[in-house]
Design a binder for this molecule. Structure first.
Ligand code: PBG
Length: 324
């Protein structure tokens, strides 16, 4: 006799729905968007089918359209012309520059949209690194000053959540102090807590033309072989006042999402990065997998691992497919 027959709980769609443990909702998503200068301009990222760099006017329209689908949070990344890049990422605090001007405009016209920003030097750096380069080295403490100024400038433009993505030591505490001192005690920090030195960022760097001009990012981003280091980073970010802990990439790091979720009383975010999106799209285009099915499975696996927030280029597509 067989006492337990787990198949009984799979015998019909209704029973399967009854016992389902995890579900995705449109509320879980943050949609990353790429910003370019110009008017009525839209250029597709070659390695990310369906994802376009948008000029400010079209980005406003895109945000409005997504909000109608129920997506309310957007993470905006700027793609800048080389002439705006220098060693010190000066453009990152220019209020008249593309990024800050557009964030202020979005918050003015669509105040109910939650805007997340990126804090790192790479989109503005002539070295293409997230930190300040001195004699070929990425220097930590001098970078913090630049990040602090960037954070306050973004908060002044109305950003709701700041995303330090640079992996410098001490940056969450430094940014928190700078924000509080400037009166921005309500601005949140979603720390890129465990950000690995990953091959999965390739399409993103194509989108922004932000690849490092020399070397790699291994002296600041984490070694994919390590998980204890993720716990250490999380302890520091927790102690320094982060509001969310992010794991990036997501698909190959579901164990890290689980680890942080088990150990920290903060919401965990998963960044389903550009290369993960590209892989699904490429295989689907070849007819090798069912893209819609794999998309939903990949996103659900992040939820099951313990993420309560998912940053994904699939956000709009998911919302359209599931109609809320
Ligand atoms: C850079 C940054 C990167 C991503 C987000 N912020 C790339 C990098 O570290 O080189 C990657 C996102 C993606 O691949 O979707 N500060």
């Amino acid at each position: 006799m067989i006492t337990h027959r787990p198949r009984r709980n799979r015998k019909s769609q209704v029973i399967r729905d009854l016992v389902q443990e995890n579900t995705l909702s449109v509320n879980d998503f943050i949609f990353p968007l790429f910003l370019i200068e110009g008017k009525n301009k839209k250029t597709e990222v070659g390695s990310m089918p369906g994802i376009c760099r948008l000029s400010p006017d079209l980005m406003l329209k895109e945000i409005e359209a997504c909000m109608k689908l129920g997506i309310k949070t957007f993470d905006i990344f700027p793609s800048l012309d080389d002439r705006y890049k220098d060693k010190k990422a000066t453009e990152s605090t220019n209020k008249k520059g593309l990024y800050l001007r557009t964030i202020a405009e979005i918050k003015k016209k669509l105040p109910e949209a939650v805007i997340m920003t990126d804090i790192a030097m790479d989109p503005y750096s002539s070295d293409g690194h997230d930190g300040l380069v001195k004699n070929g080295e990425i220097v930590n403490d001098e970078t913090l000053k630049i990040l602090g100024r960037m954070a306050v400038a973004q908060a002044e433009c109305g950003a709701d959540i700041l995303g330090p993505s640079d992996m410098m030591d001490g940056r969450v505490g430094y940014i928190r102090a700078a924000l509080d001192e400037a009166g921005f005690t309500n601005v949140s920090i979603m720390s890129y807590t465990a950000k690995y030195a990953s091959g999965f960022y390739g399409p993103f760097r194509d989108a922004l033309d932000s690849a490092p001009r020399f070397g790699d990012k291994k002296t600041y981003q984490m070694n994919p072989a390590n998980s204890k280091e993720a716990l250490l980073e999380a302890q520091l970010d927790f102690a320094e006042g982060a509001d969310f802990l992010m794991v990036k990439p997501a698909m190959s790091y579901l164990d890290i999402i689980r680890l942080l979720n088990d150990h920290f009383e903060l919401p965990i975010a998963a960044y389903n990065v550009s290369g993960e999106y590209a892989m699904v799209k490429a295989a689907a285009a070849k007819g090798w997998i069912d893209g819609d099915k794999v998309r939903d499975e990949v996103l659900l696996s992040m939820k099951r691992a313990g993420a309560s927030v998912i940053l994904s280029y699939f956000a709009k597509e998911w919302a359209l497919a599931h109609n809320k």
